[in-house]
Design a binder for this molecule. Structure first.
Ligand code: ADP
Ligand code: MG
Length: 704
């Protein structure tokens, strides 16, 4: 149960003045709340300003900072409006100039001209604030945060925090709501080590929040300010503590030594048409040694798509079988479970192991039969989705659980929880996202890690080109020629259907266009289709009945088609580096040389340009991951909020890695001294876990 004093922070923001249903809806979107769950006061309080508007410093347009990305405030006169032609996707532009004679362009996508004419009348002076972008050597502010008259500007505080905002919820409204939420902040116990707080000169939680939400100086928001450090440390500590609890619990439950003769493994290796790579051999050795020890295994197997994780997992499962136990492999989707089954079952069979597939689609009699085989131990290897563990599946003797996380994270935590009572099975987590060490630490605590950093031999490099969208016709023409030569291609779009919100080509639109050029040869797959319909399209692509698969990112964790040798990623500027890398990994799996075309829409921001450059220059997932961390900070690393990546709000892994290591040591010490968090600091730390919603780990405290 959440400590009572925290409850007010978890009430919906509609309890604040000025927050009606529209604002609540925008806030739920901004804070990425699960469906039907309202945004809460705690979301507001932990939503930190990204910058301040400093009225005392307004650069002349002739003296703008040379770098993109900075928030600036300028004073300028509206010179002219450039409305786009009707139905054109081009943005609406407004040119403003100041006394120095220099000008800057305000850029609005999908804006109504009448509204802009009122907001920015020609000849009037306006105070404008927003993010500066240099584009083609000219300064722009896309979608300014503020466009104010002189009077409105005068009413602003000297230093106004700028919050990341969204449609329907401006930075200013957020500021007003945050200030109300601050007033409702209850008195909370100090959960930090007092010696640490003294040594670093950190403020209390309350003071730290006050400092960042009501900054006195721009420095109050700097990542190395005491307030930001305190808040970042809180956040890192809560996640490290949760991870340490899981680890303590899992390891502490005492695994058992699984020993085998090595016979099945030898047979399997002999049945494979290839030799293991050095990295695979190392990983197998590490895993077997964990399984043989009487401590429970908790290991992460990391490697790029195509690095050969499956066979490593299979060898571990063979080892479990030699020891007389069963294995379960949990995949993130039905489709992937099926794919694993298709790879694993025939190999397993050759050495006398029985693999079964159990997903939500196995129903009725069939399901009953499978359950009986699992309960009797007749099934050695059980492959399915996470439903395997939620439902009424009883194993005879489960020795090993393999979790294929692909690109989602955090499953291992839940898994460890679900299994606390029933089994002390060894746990192997497979992740297809190479991540920098810092991030691995943040995500997995000190889980043991095996890395497959060597590709199986004979892989052809992938040629990567970046091409502006204006030249899409050339790309289509080359695609048509390639299809005539018998090649197969993915065409990835960021969105399913057209919307006003995003200037991007939708999968549906692209499908229609390509279908005209290549009639009958194009298929469409996206996340809003029914699972079975989507799988059917992907299956047709796999069999070669269609040559081009237009898709949203469902292909990222989807199909394995070695014959596909081309991938076009449209609006590549909208994807994160890790995601681009994963998508590109869909090709280059067969013997044919492959290519990847990154189609981008101008204008490119400086970071987007850099991302595309990294993609052109390297294929090494670990290098890309490090670049990603540098370019974006960890805030939206891995591109996808839906990845389940713990959302760090105050902490920035690119900047706070020292704090992360400290938090890990701190958490480890706490758990070794007070594993049930019962002491004075332990009790206070429970508040911290709840505050940052790492409380999934709390049941472990009482479970003993
Ligand atoms: P991952 O699960 O890491 O994405 P897979 O296990 O699916 O990768 O392996 C990708 C492909 O590489 C499979 O077709 C597999 O048979 C093949 N493969 C795996 N290990 C080797 C190896 N050592 N040598 C050659 N091919 C390999
Ligand atoms: Mg695989």
């Amino acid at each position: 149960m959440r400590p009572e004093p925290l409850n007010p922070l978890f009430s919906p923001i509609t309890t604040l003045k000025g927050a009606g249903p529209k604002i609540a809806a925008a806030a739920a979107r901004l804070f990425d709340r699960p469906e039907k769950q309202p945004a809460r006061l705690v979301d507001l309080l932990l939503h930190l300003p990204q910058d301040v508007i400093d009225r005392s410093h307004m650069p002349a347009l002739s003296e703008l900072p040379r770098e993109s990305g900075q928030i600036i405030t300028i004073r300028a006169r509206v010179a002219r409006h450039h409305a786009p032609p009707p139905f054109s996707p081009a943005p609406y532009r407004v040119e403003v100039c100041d006394e120095t004679g220099a000008c800057l362009t305000l850029v609005y996508f999908h804006a109504r001209g009448s509204w802009l004419e009122k907001l920015l009348p020609v000849g009037e002076e306006r105070f404008i604030s927003g993010r500066l972008e240099w584009y083609g050597g000219r300064p722009q502010i896309p979608h300014p945060d503020h466009v104010l008259s002189k009077e409105e500007f005068a009413a602003l505080p000297a230093l106004e925090p700028v919050y990341p905002a969204t449609y329907g919820l401006t930075s200013r409204t957020l500021g007003k709501l945050v200030r109300q939420a601050l007033e409702k902040l209850p008195e909370l116990p100090e959960w930090m080590d007092p010696a640490l707080v003294r040594r670093r000169g950190w403020p209390s939680f309350r003071e730290a929040l006050e400092r960042v939400h009501k900054p006195q100086r721009a420095q109050d928001l700097a990542p190395d300010s005491p307030a930001r450090q305190r808040l970042a440390y809180d956040e890192l500590l809560s996640s490290q503590l949760a991870l340490a609890l899981v680890r303590h619990h899992v390891k502490g439950r005492g695994g058992r030594a699984l020993r085998g003769s090595g016979k099945l493994r030898r047979h399997l290796l002999a049945a494979l048409p290839y030799e293991l790579t050095g990295a695979q051999n190392r990983a197998v050795a590490e895993i077997i040694s964990d399984m043989e020890s009487d401590q429970r295994m908790l290991r992460l197997l990391q490697g790029d798509v195509g690095a050969g994780k499956t066979v490593v997992a299979l060898l571990a499962m063979a080892h479990a079988a030699e020891a007389g136990t069963q294995s379960a492999l949990m995949a993130p989707s039905d489709l992937l479970a099926r794919q694993h089954f298709a790879t694993i079952a025939p190999l397993a069979e050759r050495v006398g192991l029985r693999a079964v597939l159990l997903t939500g689609r196995e129903k009725g009699r069939k399901r009953k039969e499978l359950l009986a085989q699992i309960a009797s131990g007749e099934a050695h290897i059980v492959i399915g989705t996470h439903a395997l563990f939620q439902e009424d599946v009883v194993f005879d003797d489960l020795g090993l659980v393999v979790v294929d996380e692909q690109h989602r994270f955090g499953v291992h935590q839940r898994l460890a929880l679900q299994h606390k009572a029933k089994h002390a099975a060894d746990v192997l987590v497979m992740s297809a996202t190479p991540i920098p060490r810092t991030l691995a630490l943040a995500l997995y605590g000190d889980m043991d890690i095996s890395r497959l950093d060597e590709k199986p031999p004979g892989r052809q490099p992938i040629r990567t080109a970046t091409i502006p969208l204006q030249r899409v016709d050339e790309v289509v023409e080359r695609l048509r020629a390639a299809v005539e030569r018998g090649e197969r291609a993915y065409w990835v779009c960021p969105v399913v259907e057209d919307s006003d919100a995003l200037p991007a080509t939708s999968a549906e639109e692209r499908f229609t266009l390509l279908e005209q050029v290549l009639p009958g040869k194009v298929g469409l797959a996206h996340g809003r289709m029914k699972g079975e319909a989507r799988d059917a399209v992907m299956e047709r692509f796999r069999r070669g009945e269609i040559a081009v698969l237009v898709a949203t990112t469902v292909v990222e964790v989807g199909v394995d088609v070695p014959e596909a040798s081309i991938i076009v990623i449209e609006n590549a500027e909208r994807f994160g580096l890790a995601q681009l890398h994963q998508l590109r990994g869909r090709v280059g799996r067969g013997e044919k040389p492959s290519s990847c075309v990154l189609l981008y829409r101008e204008p490119l921001t400086a970071t987007a340009r850099e991302r595309l450059k990294v993609m052109r220059e390297t294929e090494d997932g670990f290098v890309i991951a490090e670049a990603d961390l540098k370019l974006r900070g960890a805030g939206d690393l891995l591109g996808a909020k839906q990845s389940g990546l713990p959302q760090f709000r105050a902490a920035d892994l690119a900047l706070h890695d020292e704090l992360l290591a400290m938090a890990r040591d701190d958490a480890r010490l706490v758990i070794s001294q007070d594993p049930h968090l019962q002491g004075k600091r332990g009790q206070a730390l429970r508040y911290l876990l709840y505050l940052h919603e790492r409380d999934a780990a709390v049941p472990l405290l009482s479970a003993g």
